[in-house]
Write a protein that binds this ligand. Structure first.
Ligand SMILES: Cc1cc2nc3c(=O)[nH]c(=O)nc-3n(C[C@H](O)[C@H](O)[C@H](O)COP(=O)(O)O)c2cc1C
Length: 185
């Protein structure tokens, strides 16, 4: 697949079939992720994989409880209260797999590097006919000590990009892009 075609064809996927994603495929996507550039080539990333739609459904319930009751009331969470309070809303959309791209400080630009790795991962998934979605909602809950321990995150691993992967039930429609501001000098 042509790279621009991949860039323009990738969509945030919010509905998945039950089909699992094999470890070989996940490993190949992580291989693509680590082809990303990184500041001073420090490659300050690592990956935590959670497998199983049922496991992710349980994690969704716990994360939603935390977001609704325990997390700081930031305006964006307040705006999403109704969605989060819906019993049927699964934060991970029924996906069979979650890959968390984690940053490893002390690299000062680890966050930026991990975002590039995450985009690579999503594009590589798209090239293989898989859907993906970055689940920013999950991050505050993933940062909790108890969650970190459960998922086996090391003390220096900071979750940056939680990305669900799986076979899409339908290919989502493209979302509109605003015309960007461009200053020509
Ligand atoms: C940092 C970040 C956080 C996101 N968090 C969520 C999320 O929690 N839930 C969700 O459904 N989509 C999330 N998305 C997906 C965006 O909503 C989606 O990329 C955007 O609407 C544009 O659609 P497209 O990816 O199909 O082009 C996130 C995307 C990014 C980059």
């Amino acid at each position: 697949m042509d790279v621009v075609e991949a860039l323009k064809g990738r969509r945030a996927t919010r509905s998945y079939t039950g089909e699992t994603v094999s470890r070989d495929v996940i490993t190949s996507l992580i291989d693509a992720a680590i082809a990303a550039p990184s500041a001073m080539n420090l490659q300050p990333w690592s990956f935590v994989v959670v497998e199983g739609a049922e496991r992710l459904r349980e994690m969704s319930s716990r994360a939603k409880d935390y977001l609704l009751t325990g997390s700081p009331s930031t305006p964006s969470f307040l705006a999403s209260r109704e969605v989060l309070a819906d019993q049927d809303f699964n934060l991970f959309y029924g996906a069979p797999c979650l890959v968390i791209v984690c940053a490893r400080p002390p690299s000062r630009q680890a966050m930026e590097d991990c975002c590039l790795a995450a985009q690579n991962l999503m594009l590589a998934a798209h090239a293989q006919g898989l859907g993906s979605c970055w689940i920013g909602f999950a991050r505050p809950w993933l940062e909790l000590n108890q969650t970190r321990t459960t998922l086996g995150l090391l003390p220096d691993q900071m979750p940056v990009a939680p990305i669900v992967l799986g076979r899409p039930t339908v290919m989502p429609q493209p979302s509109r892009r605003h015309r960007p501001s461009i200053v020509w000098n």
